[in-house]
Design a protein around this ligand. Structure first.
Ligand SMILES: *Cc1c(COP(=O)(O)O)cnc(C)c1O
Length: 431
């Protein structure tokens, strides 16, 4: 039995996690060409007119995802906000959303002066539980915001049924899941509008940026007139009379063309990179199946998970007397890139939600047509996951290519902990 690093032993993981995002030579050449082209064509430097590389990128996106329309934006958050404007969300309207997500799934709702209503998650997929969604519907509900968290598609069929029955719009937050599929369909093409981010550590990046997809001409028109004045004049709106409504009282949400150029190169590789991530994720899951105290990522039937994050569960019942904190500290000491979780606190319990102050004076809740309270216990599955079970390996894992050797080292570290449960109990007690 080898000694844990926290007991003075040697580190198991000797390889560094690969760096993500990675910019290849192809992106560099494309940006170089674009900057040179900008000397004679301003569309390479600004996208307000919509032509050039921005329009090319949007056409590539629409082809790749198989939608009628794609609109590039300068962030994922901007895409979500644009989507909410496009469906006509008004002050005081309610949107049902998961509390187990990144804040920016929720902030566009607040920014539209609308009210987030939190439904609980499924304990296997961590995505919205359709039964809980149904329970949260009120006469004020206008939309359901679905997140495909960590790259695993949410259960869209029952959610779309609920939306149809109740005349609600469905917006998909696909920031974690570009290319992931649900029953053979790519996420972002199932609801009314799909929103994506190409910022930070997402699967394909432009540095900053995002885009939305839709098959509905009226929603595309509304997205344009709410965010893009010059393109409304130039680009043919489906409903030409909307031009009269188009003015400069709007948000600047257009993408930088260089971000479109970079991401346009990466889009070609998205499926290949997702396959590599999936192979690496599945290899880790296979190995973790035998580790006491750990439940590997659970994948639903008929979906393709794209492993934006790898979030297994800590199962304290299997290793009684060992705390999650000590377990994670011991793994970090072995060289594993792991932490206590991605969400940590479900959003309905965040301070500003509890106090109902987003804008200073109690808005958007003051605009609501009924009293809303956010309480501990509203979303028991999400709360329990944050309190006891959540773990996050790699943030996010940069598992492109073949990472077999690194993953084997990670697994060795988990198995080393399994051999040293007594020591982990000792460290837990010492606290
Ligand atoms: C990154 C992210 C966003 C926001 O995207 P930005 O491009 O950073 O604005 C929204 N939702 C989720 C789930 C995200 O991970």
């Amino acid at each position: 039995m080898s000694k844990l690093v926290i007991d003075g032993g040697n580190k198991v993981v000797t390889l560094a996690a690969p760096i993500w995002p990675h910019i290849g030579d192809e992106e560099i050449v494309a940006v170089d060409n674009a900057l040179r082209a900008s000397r004679t064509d301003i569309n390479y430097l600004t996208s307000v007119r919509g032509g050039g590389p921005t329009e090319e990128f949007e056409q590539k996106l629409a082809r790749f995802f198989g939608t009628e329309y794609a609109l590039a934006t300068n962030s994922g958050c901007a895409a979500l906000h644009t989507a909410l404007m496009a469906i006509g969300l008004e002050a005081g309207d309610e949107v049902i959303v998961s509390p187990y997500t990144w804040g920016q799934t929720v902030s566009p709702i607040l920014q539209q002066c609308a009210i987030p209503i939190f439904a609980d998650i499924d304990h296997n997929t961590y995505n919205l539980d359709p039964h809980s969604v149904e329970q949260q519907i009120s006469p004020e509900t206008k939309a359901i915001m679905v997140v495909h968290l960590y790259g695993q598609p949410a259960d869209m069929d029952p959610i779309m049924d609920i939306a149809r029955k109740n005349n609600l719009r469905v917006i998909e937050d696909c920031a974690h899941a570009p290319g992931a599929t649900y029953k053979g369909r790519r996420v972002g093409t199932i609801g009314d509008i799909g929103c994506f981010s190409i910022g930070d550590g997402k699967q394909i990046v432009g540095g900053e940026g995002g885009f939305l997809l839709t098959n509905q001409g009226d929603l595309y028109d509304q997205a344009l007139i709410n965010t893009q004045i010059r393109r409304c004049l130039k680009q043919k709106l489906n409903n030409a009379s909307l031009i009269e409504r188009s003015d400069s009282l709007l948000h600047t949400y257009n993408i930088h063309p260089l971000a479109a150029v970079i991401c346009g190169v990466q889009l070609v590789y998205l499926d290949q990179w997702n396959n590599e991530r999936r192979q690496n994720g599945e290899l880790l899951s296979e190995g973790l199946r035998g580790v006491p105290g750990i439940r590997p990522v659970w994948v639903a039937e008929e979906v393709e998970h794209v492993y934006h994050h790898y979030s297994p569960s800590f199962v304290p019942e299997e290793i009684e007397g060992v705390s999650r904190e000590v377990y994670v500290e011991a793994l970090v000491a072995e060289g594993v890139d792991i932490d206590l979780g991605y969400v940590r606190v479900p959003i309905h319990l965040w301070n500003r939600m509890q106090k109902k102050r987003y804008f200073g004076k109690g808005y958007p809740w003051k605009a609501g047509r009924r009293q809303i309270e956010y309480r501990r216990g509203d979303c028991p599955v999400a709360e329990a996951r944050c309190n006891c079970y959540e773990l996050d390996v790699g943030d996010p894992p940069a598992w492109r290519g073949d990472q077999t050797v690194l993953i084997r080292q990670y697994l060795d570290a988990f198995y080393k902990l399994a051999e040293n449960i007594e020591s982990l109990r000792y460290h837990t007690q010492k606290r």
